[in-house]
Design a protein around this ligand. Structure first.
Ligand SMILES: NC(=O)c1ccc[n+]([C@@H]2O[C@H](COP(=O)([O-])OP(=O)(O)OC[C@H]3O[C@@H](n4cnc5c(N)ncnc54)[C@H](OP(=O)(O)O)[C@@H]3O)[C@@H](O)[C@H]2O)c1
Length: 365
């Protein structure tokens, strides 16, 4: 057994950050202060799956690197499971700029094995989850203690890893971006997807009427099982939405499909309706003439992202408390559509981008 192996890269004096920068791989935060170790488990190395460069799923490589170390205010977590999210496909492919080699993943859950200086809210041995961690496509990841949440008893590691990003997204969309009232009719897309299934369940618990879209009959069944009132194909969906709503249109569309559905989503809206474009699974929406919003009835449009809705501890606590409560009450069931070994992150991306998946995808170290 090795004791405090990360001290191997620590100088007896001088500039810690400089030395760490020479010895730590890119994407791993340098040690800024001596963490409190849970000695038994502290690793020499971590195994990461990272993108070598921008490209397809084949740019992923899995390799052993020096274990990350928690800086001041940070936790080192042994990964039980990491969530796979669409944003990582944008980062891997170069749609969103990142520095390569790049260890993706902001979502994960596991056990704390070391805490950095100044951490008082957590201790080693506790289970935590986060959607704001650093490089969770790894056997170990670092997260700011302020951005981690304790996982309650009764919530499994898998659930804890599956919930944060898609759960918080669904929560902020229906509570903060546009607050849905009981009885309102709402259109969401990709109703069998990860966010889609959670959105539908939370909307139904709110008492809303949910119209959604899917690309296959099998996925339609999944969306229906999540509680959707109407499941449509993509072809001509706006016309059908208008029929369902007696030509009124819906007050809000939550659109994470983007390029292929954008115009149809606008066509589905009532006067003064709100278009929430929260993703681009089919591609990014090209530049748009705002004058069109006037022609269509004074519509509203927004392009939100999770970090704008986790602005402080209160928001984080509010969202996670409600999500964990929905999980334990049974209002929310997480559908894990696939668990992949860490080294097969490329296959997970291929399946996600290839529209082969339903529900949440996880990576297991
Ligand atoms: N802004 C935020 O805060 C935020 C946070 C989380 C996720 N998101 C976004 O939300 C969307 C859904 O994310 P998710 O992780 O839950 O993924 P997901 O819905 O499980 O997977 C994406 C789904 O999009 C649908 N889709 C339609 N056209 C597609 C195309 N050309 N290529 C691939 N998929 C297509 C597919 O369902 P069908 O086959 O049924 O069409 C596919 O299964 C993504 O755009 C993601 O970027 C945004």
């Amino acid at each position: 057994m090795h004791m405090f192996p990360a001290f191997d890269v620590r100088p007896s004096s001088g500039n810690l950050a400089d030395v760490s920068a020479q010895t730590q791989p890119e994407g791993i935060s340098p040690r800024m202060s001596e963490p409190t170790m849970f000695e038994e488990d502290f690793p020499d190395t971590a195994v990461v799956t990272r993108a070598r460069e921008a490209g397809g799923p084949e740019v992923f490589e899995t390799l052993e690197v020096p274990a990350p170390t928690p800086g001041r205010g940070q936790l080192l977590v042994k990964t039980a499971a990491a969530g796979v999210n669409f944003i990582e496909t944008y980062q891997r492919s170069g749609v969103y700029p990142v520095e390569y080699p790049f260890v993706p993943g902001s979502e994960g859950a596991g056990e704390i094995i070391a805490v950095g200086e100044g951490v008082e809210s957590f201790s080693t041995g506790q289970r935590v989850a986060s959607t704001e961690a650093i490089g969770t496509y790894s056997t170990h990841f670092v997260v700011d203690a302020a951005k981690a949440v304790a996982v309650p008893d009764g919530v499994s590691d898998e659930q804890a890893a599956a919930l944060p990003l898609q759960g918080v997204t669904a929560h902020y969309l229906i509570n903060s971006t546009y607050r849905v009232s009981p009885g309102e009719t709402v259109l969401t897309h990709a109703g069998a997807g990860g966010v889609g299934q959670i959105l539908t369940q939370l909307l139904k618990a709110r008492g809303a009427r949910v119209i959604t879209t899917t690309s296959t009959p099998e996925k339609a069944e999944v969306a229906e099982a999540a509680g959707a009132d109407y499941v449509l194909g993509y072809e001509g969906f706006a016309e059908k939405v208008r029929q369902i709503t007696n030509d009124e249109g819906v007050s809000v569309v939550y659109d994470g499909v983007g390029k292929d559905t954008f115009t149809g989503s606008l066509d589905s809206l009532a006067v003064r309706g709100t278009m929430v474009l929260f993703g681009g699974a089919s591609g990014q929406v090209p530049p748009y003439d705002l004058q069109d919003l006037n022609k269509r009835g004074g519509l509203y449009i927004t392009r939100p992202a999770v970090h704008w809705y986790l602005r402080n501890a209160e928001e984080r606590t509010w969202r996670f408390t409600e999500l964990f409560a929905a999980l334990t009450s049974g209002d929310l069931k997480l559908n894990i559509g696939g668990s992949y070994p860490l080294a097969e992150a490329g296959r997970a991306h291929q399946d996600l981008e290839g529209r082969k998946t339903t529900g949440k995808l996880l990576l297991k170290p």
